[in-house]
Design a protein around this ligand. Structure first.
Ligand code: NAD
Ligand code: TYD
Length: 340
């Protein structure tokens, strides 16, 4: 397989690159990434850079000519590239509309013109909005609550329309909150793990009882792999939730991180709540289990311990961002002010 991976220098994209190169050493991978503040070339090690089946292109998914040129050399696409942080979208939504919606349109058009055989669109469980009463199922209404989630909902439906209108073989994943190595330290788990290591306050929004459905990034990668490689009749034009059914509140997560790192609870700092904060995100993965036989790997306890160990062992990776990246420092000051 020859795969174009957009956003491959980000958190989930780089984990998917590692996953694929290891599992399918014969496959050829082309990464297209704009290297925004969230894209990081240090997410690839020297083995990846020297792998003849790995190629990296620094560029934007809204660059039609570049996208068309790259698309001519692949048969499949896995589309991760996006602006992804809810809090940033609340402050300034423009970049989210441009990349998440317009960028997806450019890719879909190029995929249509170049006869792409499978286009896996990485959507998110955020498109559902609140999971009221039970975890969301694929047929539920989309009621996104943040500009990020709304942009992703637009992209998700646009991708599906290319299947419905043009027969482009699109498969869509809607996964829950990921955690694991290489996650940019603005998201809850890497921010709190690295702050706890540094003995800095952990800024919990509001009461901290909001819940998310946490999945180890490797399990998301195996789900995407199933969407990429399953037979046409099973996945084309279909949406699949991906979740390891592990709902925990922000406070639960915070306490687990502090206990694992043997740091005091006094580091918990309740700050002003996020506007429009979703109380509960959770999805039912019954469809992907039944249709594709997908199952998550190890449980949360092992995986969160592994993740915390990774951030302990890779201080250089996150200190380079927290201490040297101007965009990071600016963000922390804007978002947390005196609480940072
Ligand atoms: P991330 O922010 O870590 O990475 C995004 C990557 O996209 C970065 O490498 C960035 O440089 C690149 N990018 C941004 N704009 C671009 C553009 N215009 N052109 C080319 N590249 C661009 O994000 P992530 O957490 O790895 O998320 C990846 C995908 O998975 C996103 O589509 C996101 O919506 C989806 N998703 C994320 C989660 C999660 O918990 N993180 C859960 C479900 C779905
Ligand atoms: P986040 O990692 O931003 O993911 P998402 O908003 O996409 O679910 O946030 C996860 C949860 O953690 C969410 O309920 C907001 C909360 N949160 C905090 O309480 N404090 C923080 O500093 C951050 C970044 C998140």
């Amino acid at each position: 397989m020859r795969i174009l991976i957009t956003g491959g220098a980000g958190f989930i994209g780089s984990n998917f690159v590692h996953y694929t190169l290891e599992k399918y050493p014969e496959d050829r991978i082309i990464v297209l990434d704009a290297l925004t503040y969230a894209g990081n070339l240090e997410n690839f090690n020297k083995h990846t850079w020297s792998n003849p089946n790995f190629q990296f292109f620094h560029g934007n998914i809204i660059d039609e000519d570049l996208v068309n040129e790259l698309m001519r050399n692949v048969d499949t696409v896995v589309h991760f590239a996006a602006e992804t942080h809810v809090d940033r979208s609340i402050r300034e939504a423009g970049a989210f509309l441009e990349t998440d919606i317009w960028g997806t349109y450019i890719l879909l058009e190029a995929a249509k013109q170049n006869g792409i055989k499978r286009f896996v669109h990485i959507s998110t469980d955020e498109v559902y909005g609140e999971a009221e009463g039970r975890p969301s199922v694929e047929g539920d209404d989309l009621k996104p609550k943040s500009p990020y989630a709304a942009s992703k909902a637009g992209a998700d439906r646009l991708a599906w329309s290319y299947w419905a209108t043009y027969g482009l073989p699109v498969a869509i994943s809607r996964c829950s909150n990921n955690y694991g190595p290489f996650q940019y330290p603005e998201k809850l788990i890497p921010l709190f793990v690295t702050n706890a290591i540094e003995e800095k306050p952990l800024p919990v929004y509001g009461h901290g009882k909001n819940t998310r459905d946490w999945i180890f990034v490797q399990d998301h990668c195996s789900g995407i792999d199933a969407l990429l490689r399953s037979e046409d009749g099973k996945v084309n034009g279909e949406v699949f939730n991906i979740s390891s059914e592990n709902e925990l509140s922000v406070l639960d997560i915070t306490e687990i991180i502090l206990a694992t790192l043997k740091k005091p609870k006094s580091l918990i700092n309740h700050v002003e709540d996020r506007p429009g904060h979703v109380t509960r995100h959770a999805v039912n993965p019954g469809k992907i289990r039944k249709a594709l036989g997908w199952e998550p790997g190890y449980g949360f306890e092992e995986n969160i311990a592994k993740t915390i160990d990774w951030y302990k062992a890779n201080e250089d990776w996150w200190r380079n961002l927290k201490e040297k990246q101007a965009e990071y420092q600016e963000w922390i000051k804007t978002q947390y002010g005196d609480h940072s």
